[in-house]
Design a protein around this ligand. Structure first.
Ligand code: SF4
Length: 404
């Protein structure tokens, strides 16, 4: 029996998905075009279950943003996080301040530091290498996911080094993986509208290829919901898929929803609040799963799309949930009203309430912990016991608390 779709345009795609055949760019466009959200979700769910079963991964992670000062402050019109050096709210953490912030990991389950920030005009590579070494020394059990390709390229420019040498130095100083930020949308026209001085697509892809070639795993993203067309989205996904074919190393694809508050693009577009719709958020997850057949995981980023929608995304092809976070700043500057973190136990119950098997993972997707039914976290009373299809009260408490 075939997967149930109501849009006839999805019927041939459904046959391909069942047969495990690769989807074409035209197929992806048809998926973006369809109003049959449940049919699309069923296809993506099928593809995801074939890869990941009912497992849903999460990591106990801590975000660290060493500086929000950025030389592209006036250029990336979608960014609400960056500041000019003397602008109100600009900050630069000393290494001691970073270590102090990271102390939160000592008495918590944290197993990953996620470190990204602005392109500070004066920060040298040594600052970051000292930071990575210092963090590893203090927290040897915590892996480091650090610096987008944009930051790597900026350090290479400042130091007059190759990006390969910057990556090697980062790896030797303790960096385990690279995050996937800075990709935005690769299309030339979109990039010109969003950030015409930012790293171009070819260079973003080259740096990830260089990392993969030295056996460093990385992640990839697409920032959607601003000025891009559906063809731009598909072109972006096709470039990610082509790189993964050529030089495998992407672990996770993360679609990121654009938020329009406190940035120039939002003002220009006359938008405030949430720019994307739940329909579009779910489509981006599902199409990512179906089209990127060579990337093992698709993650939902709950700080951007809300924990509620992220939970539903687990039925739309998604097998990974953004972690505990502690504390998210970048999207909250852009108006996200989601919580700044999620407690470990809440995250586990949140996944189980969707009928899935929570799996705590490390940065490389090694399983750290699974949760049998008698695990004390799951045995704790929750509304899900009475209403198995609803979110736990913990989640209700978490949503809408706004900024910390
Ligand atoms: S998106 Fe990144 S590079 Fe661009 S201004 Fe913001 S922090 Fe800087």
């Amino acid at each position: 029996m075939g997967i149930s779709v109501s849009d006839p345009a999805l019927t041939p795609i459904s046959a391909k998905v069942e047969a495990g055949e690769r989807l074409s760019s035209d197929d992806a466009l048809a998926l973006f075009d369809t109003a049959d959200l449940l049919g699309l979700g069923a296809l993506a769910h099928f593809a995801n279950r074939r890869l990941n079963g009912d497992r849903v991964f999460f990591s106990a992670n801590q975000h660290i943003n060493p500086t929000n000062v950025c030389i592209l402050r006036k250029n990336c019109v979608f960014c609400s996080f960056a500041r000019s050096p003397k602008e109100e709210g600009a900050y630069l953490r000393s290494l001691e301040e970073v270590y102090h912030e990271a102390e939160a990991a000592r008495n918590s389950p944290t197993r990953e530091f996620h470190i990204v920030g602005g392109l500070h005009p004066k920060l040298r590579l040594e600052y970051y290498l000292d930071m990575f070494r210092g963090l590893k020394e203090r927290h040897p059990h915590v892996q480091i996911k650090a610096l987008t390709a944009v930051e790597v390229a900026n350090l290479a420019r400042i130091e007059k080094m190759s990006t390969v040498d910057v990556l090697l130095a980062m790896r030797d100083s303790g960096v385990d993986t690279l995050p996937g930020g800075g990709a935005e949308v690769f299309g030339v026209g979109v990039r010109a509208a969003l950030a015409d001085r930012k790293l171009i697509a070819d260079d973003w892809l080259r740096i990830h290829r260089e990392a993969h070639d030295m056996d460093m795993f990385t992640n990839c993203t697409m920032l959607y919901g601003h000025v891009e067309t559906m063809a731009d989205r598909v072109g972006h996904l096709a470039m990610l898929r082509a790189l993964q074919d050529e030089s495998p190393g992407f672990l996770t694809y993360i679609p990121l929803a654009y938020h329009p508050d406190h940035n120039e693009l939002g003002e220009r577009l006359g938008r405030t609040g949430t720019a994307t719709t739940g329909f579009d958020d779910l489509k981006n997850i599902a199409i990512g799963r179906l089209f990127l057949d060579n990337i093992p995981h698709v993650k939902t980023h709950w700080p951007m799309v809300t924990p509620f929608l992220s939970q539903i995304a687990l039925e739309f092809g998604c097998d990974d949930v953004e972690g505990t976070v502690v504390y998210e700043r970048i999207y909250h500057e852009a108006g996200a009203e989601t919580p700044m973190m999620m407690a470990y136990d809440d995250l586990v119950r949140f996944i189980r309430a969707a009928g899935k098997d929570p799996v705590e993972r490390d940065s490389l997707y090694k399983t750290l912990r699974t949760f049998p039914d008698d695990d004390p976290i799951l045995a704790a009373p929750s509304a899900a016991d009475d209403h198995p299809t609803q979110a736990t009260p913990d989640l209700t408490r978490l949503v809408g608390t706004g900024r910390a």
